[in-house]
Design a protein around this ligand. Structure first.
Ligand code: NAP
Length: 484
C-alpha cells in the first residue's frame, strides 16, 4: 500500500552511506537535501559536510543540493560547498528532480537522492524514477509540523521493515542450505531440549562439503517417548542420530548393538543405522582426545585430575585412562559416582590393554583413584596436575560459578597445582575455571574443539568414512569452528 514511499535503501545518516559502493554500482550524481540531512536545521555548512563533499568529488560524483527552502538559505549553503543548487524545489514534485539531472548530465539510472524525509525527498525521487536513500535525521528536536510528519513516516517505515524482513528471508544467503529431494537421507539429534544445538551447523556444512545428499534435523524427544522415537527413526529410514542430554545412557536398552568402548563408558551420543536397529557409539571420547592432541595437551606420564563424574566425565576418564597418565584422580561432589567410574575403568581392562608395558596390578592400585570434591585439596600433595573440568558448573548463564572456589585458601592451593586445564564448557568461552589457570600461566582450552570433533566423527560414522582419523580437510573444519 505504501510502496511508492519506501526508500530503496536506508542509512544511519548521510555520513554513513556506502559511497564507494554506490560509485561501484554505477551511480555518478547525488542530489542532497540540506536540513537535517547534511547539517542540522538552518545550520551553515560545517567541516564535516565540507569534508564529505570533497571526498565525493574525489570519487567522481556530481553533486547538487535540492531543497524546498528559500534561496538565501540554499545559496549560502551550496556556495560554501561549491556545488550547484535548486531552491524552492517543491519536493515531492518531480519537476526539479528532472531539472537537477539535466544540470548534472545524469539520468534516472545514475542518480541518487539522499534525504531525511519520506514524503518529500524519498517520494519525489521514487516518482522521478531515481535511486532513493533515506537517512536518519541529524537533529533530535524538530518543528511541530515535521514532528507530525514523522508520526506518519513511522507508520510507513514499520511496513517497510516488514517488507525488508520478508525479502531477507526469501533471499537466504546460507552456504549450508540444503536442497531436499526424494533421495535425501535424514540424520538428526534426539535430546530434550534441542533448540540451542550447534550440531546442524556441523553436519549440514559437512554434507555440503562432501556433496552428500543428507539433511540433519534436531528432534525434541521427551524421556517417555525415547523408545518410540528410536524405533520410529529406524522405521523411517533415518541414517544416524546424535543423542544428547538426558538420553545418553537411557537410550542404550533400545539399541540393537553397542560399540564396546561406549558400553564400558555407559553412555552413547551417536547411533548408526544397521539392518536390525541402531548401533551406539560414544564420539565424545575420541572427540576430546583429538581436540586435546591437536591443542598440544599431553596425557601420557602426566597427573590428570577429572572434575565431575557425569556422562562427559566418564568419557574423559576412560579416554585419559587409555593414554597412560601417571595418576588419574577423579573428584566429584557425589564421591560414589566417581568411585563407580574408577571401578568401571578397572573392570574394563582398558588400562591393561593400553598399558601393556606396565604391571597391571600396580597401575590399578596406584594410578587411579576417586575423591570427594571437598577432600580434593588434602589428597593433591605436591604433584602438578592437568585438570579436566567436566561438571556443568560455570555454564552460561551461571558464568561466575566455579567448581573450585578460587577465593578460598584451599581453592587457591588447588589452582596453584595446575599446569594446565581443559573445560568441557564452551559457553562462556572462558570460564572462571580457565581464567584462574591462565592467570597462573597454565595452558588452557575450552570445549568448543571437542564439540566440533565429536560431531565430525559422528558424521563420518553415519556416512561410513570413519577409520579412526578425521577425513574432512582442515579448511572446512576451521570454517565450521569459526561459526560455532
Ligand atoms: P551430567 O551427567 O549432568 O553431570 C554433571 C556433573 O556436574 C556431575 O558430576 C555433577 O556432580 C556436577 N555438578 C553439577 N552441579 C554441581 C555443583 N553445584 N557442584 C559440584 N558439582 C556439580 O552432565 P554431563 O553430560 O557430564 O555434562 C557436563 C558438562 O560438560 C556440561 O556443562 C556439558 O555442557 C559439557 N559437555 C561438553 C561437551 C563438548 O562437546 N564440549 C560434551 C559433553 C558435555 P554430582 O554427580 O555430584 O551431581
Amino acid at each position: 500500500m505504501f510502496q511508492s514511499f519506501y526508500p530503496k535503501e536506508t542509512a544511519e545518516n548521510a555520513y554513513e552511506v556506502d559511497y564507494k559502493g554506490l560509485r561501484a554500482r554505477g551511480y555518478k550524481a547525488i542530489l542532497y537535501d540540506i536540513d537535517n540531512t547534511l547539517v542540522e536545521h538552518n545550520a551553515p555548512a560545517d567541516d564535516r559536510s565540507r569534508a564529505l563533499i570533497e571526498e565525493l568529488k574525489g570519487l567522481g560524483f556530481q553533486i547538487l543540493v535540492l531543497s524546498n527552502n528559500k534561496e538565501p538559505r540554499v545559496k549560502s549553503f551550496a556556495d560554501a560547498l561549491q556545488i550547484p543548487y535548486i531552491y524552492k524545489a517543491a519536493k515531492p514534485s518531480i519537476k526539479q528532480y528532472q531539472a537537477a539531472m539535466v544540470m548534472l548530465g545524469s539520468d534516472e539510472e545514475t542518480t541518487v537522492l539522499i534525504g531525511d524525509q519520506i514524503f518529500t525527498d524519498v517520494w519525489g525521487a521514487n516518482r522521478a524514477g531515481m535511486h532513493s536513500i533515506l537517512v536518519g535525521q541529524l537533529a533530535k528536536h524538530e518543528e511541530i509540523q515535521i514532528i507530525l510528519k514523522r508520526i506518519l513516516e513511522r507508520i510507513v517505515m514499520r511496513e517497510y521493515e516488514k517488507v525488508k524482513a520478508k525479502e531477507q528471508r526469501l533471499n537466504i544467503k546460507n552456504d549450508n542450505l540444503i536442497s531436499i529431494g526424494g533421495k535425501t537421507r535424514i540424520t538428526g539429534l534426539l535430546g530434550y531440549p534441542v533448540e540451542h544445538t550447534k550440531s546442524p551447523l556441523i553436519h549440514n556444512t559437512l554434507a555440503a562439503f562432501f556433496g552428500d545428499d543428507l539433511a540433519y534435523v534436531p528432534f525434541p524427544v521427551s524421556p517417555d517417548d525415547l523408545e518410540a522415537a528410536v524405533k520410529g527413526a529406524h522405521a523411517l529410514g533415518i541414517l544416524g542420530l546424535n543423542v544428547t542430554v538426558p538420553h545418553k545412557s537411557n537410550v542404550i536398552p533400545f539399541l540393537s548393538e553397542i560399540d564396546p568402548l561406549a558400553g564400558q563408558v555407559g553412555a552413547v551420543n551417536t547411533l548408526v543405522r544397521t539392518v536390525s536397529g541402531f548401533k551406539g557409539y560414544n564420539t565424545d571420547l575420541p572427540g576430546l582426545s583429538i581436540a586435546m592432541r591437536r591443542a598440544g595437551f599431553e596425557i601420557q606420564g602426566k597427573n590428570v585430575l577429572i572434575l565431575g563424574a557425569g556422562g562427559a566425565a566418564r568419557a574423559a576418564a576412560f579416554m585419559c585412562a587409555g593414554e597412560k597418565p601417571a595418576k588419574l584422580l577423579i573428584a566429584n561432589r557425589s564421591v560414589d559416582k566417581a568411585e563407580r567410574i574408577v571401578e568401571d575403568i578397572r573392570n574394563s581392562g582398558i588400562m591393561a590393554t593400553e598399558n601393556k608395558d606396565r604391571d597391571r596390578d600396580q597401575d590399578q592400585e596406584t594410578v587411579i583413584s576417586a575423591v570427594s570434591l571437598s577432600d580434593l585439596c588434602s589428597v593433591m600433595s605436591d604433584d602438578r596436575f592437568l585438570a579436566i573440568q567436566c561438571t556443568s558448573v560455570g555454564l552460561a548463564p551461571h558464568d561466575k560459578d566455579c567448581v573450585i572456589d578460587p577465593g578460598s585458601d584451599e581453592g587457591k592451593a588447588i589452582f596453584d597445582s595446575f599446569d594446565g586445564g581443559v573445560d568441557l564448557i564452551y559457553k562462556p568461552a572462558e570460564t572462571v575455571f580457565l581464567s584462574e589457570i591462565s592467570k597462573r600461566g597454565g595452558k588452557t582450552m575450552n570445549g568448543l574443539a571437542m564439540l566440533l570433533y565429536q560431531g565430525v566423527i559422528a558424521y563420518e560414522l553415519f556416512t561410513g568414512r570413519w577409520n579412526g582419523e578425521i577425513s574432512a580437510d582442515e579448511e572446512v573444519l576451521n570454517r565450521i569452528f569459526s561459526k560455532l
